[in-house]
Design a protein around this ligand. Sequence first.
Ligand code: GLN
Length: 535
Amino acid sequence: MPTKYIVTLGSLMSGLGKGVLTSSILKILDFNGYKVLPVKFDGYLNYDCGTMNPYRHGEVFVLDDKSEVDMDFGIYERFLNKSLSGDLSITGGKLFGKVTSKERNGDYLGEDIQIIPHLTNEIIKQVEGIAEKNKLDVLIIEVGGTVGDIENSYFIEAMRQLALRNEVVFINLTYIPKIDVVGEQKTKLAQLGFRALLQLGIRPNFIICRGTEPLLEKTKEKLALFSNLSKEKIIDDSDQKTMYNLPLHLMHQRFDKMLVKELGLKRKEIDKKRLEFWKKSVYRVVEPSHYINVAIVGKYTELKDSYASVKEALIHAGSANETGVNISWIDAERLEKEDPESLLSGIDGLLVPGAFGKRGIEGMIKAIKHAREKKIPYLGLCLGMQLMAVEYARNVCSMDGANSTEFNPSTKYKIIDLIKSQKYIKQKGGTMRLGSWKCNVIEKNSIVYGSYGESVIYERHRHRYEFNNKYRAALSRKELKITGVNLDSNLVEFIEWSDAFGIGTQAHPELKSRIESPAPLFVSFVKAGLDNKIR
Ligand code: GLN
């Protein structure tokens, strides 16, 4: 059977949770036994997210294949429990680049190149190519941005054309506000959003309504009347206690069954075992019997989206340990001025996540010192591992002013430095140490081995600087152990304190954490936090 398509489009405004909706649709079709994948379209003219500031755009997500993609890919992977590839991310930058390089190549000889048909044909070709290559039952395409944006207009037009030769179901995510004084759910905005799509030649098959409270029957009826849809096709997407509940909430409304019918797919057996596991995990997220307190000391703490994967990995690990995890977000710069004793009081674990640039570094080092001295469980991710080494060099090995050359190029003790292959790189985009790298566990009596239970592991990376091998011997003499390395390139991957739970990794294990398979290091960290609490 040829691949069917679902296109999710958001009207009225951004930030409605199109990524979570798309991921939930992926998941319910996956539970129903269909082979599905997502494609994300982002209209910006960057080639990818790699050079964007996390403060503006949220976290840069990295895939196994080194692609730096939109954070929505994190949600897709977390729901689908599958590693995805970079070709599923189609950006305006990639598309325009492709079309202009084809033009230079003479592929369109004699023609004047236009948005329609050249760019739109390129989109359709790529989308159909992905469907065919992966032999999919359903390909779900999320159109980034809002209907009416110039940036995604050509993509919406391509989707209209895709529907001329394929089975396509269009899903309109919209917003239903409630005016407090009147206490009534208002549908006018949603009607306007629906009409905007009609004007573009697209007639949505379903309207999904975001809102703070469940959709009332009479709101559904009104929207159904104005959109020529039956009432069941107006779906509630009101606030859930956790986003992982949305697939279940949609299934509860029989949305999966309606989708299967609308797409003309053959009915398949539902995977009851995995569905039950999902339900159980979600229940543990929503109703934990107790909590631990974890402090995240970072520099992008004002925009939580900058650390989306870290936050989710803690939720997954909490669910696995049957505990909730309260996160205190602490701006590293505050720690530079204030006493760690008071700012970090009552925490059961400290986490320093990845970051770039000098701001807040000294505050992070102060926090790590506090955790080491007080034996508070510590997890350092990428920069958090680099600073764990710097802190140890300064405060235990008496290497005054030890640092990473990223922050002080002329430091006497270059504990963290660029390796040769990074030194002469001029181009910024896509040139870091990216994607999945192998790590060999070299010490079995270690946190890393205890967590993974394997001696060869793969985790994703995104950084330029490395542990400087010149200091390996000097630093591993006392209570610091190097427990994992990449033997092919002789790079340090894991370091640990030997007398308490403290581990730093050059990788970003949070990127591979999913509710169905939580990141092992996070599971151990949360467990250590729990033990610390009980102590
Ligand atoms: N800034 C550091 C580096 O480039 C750490 C990067 C990160 O934490 N992802 O190596």
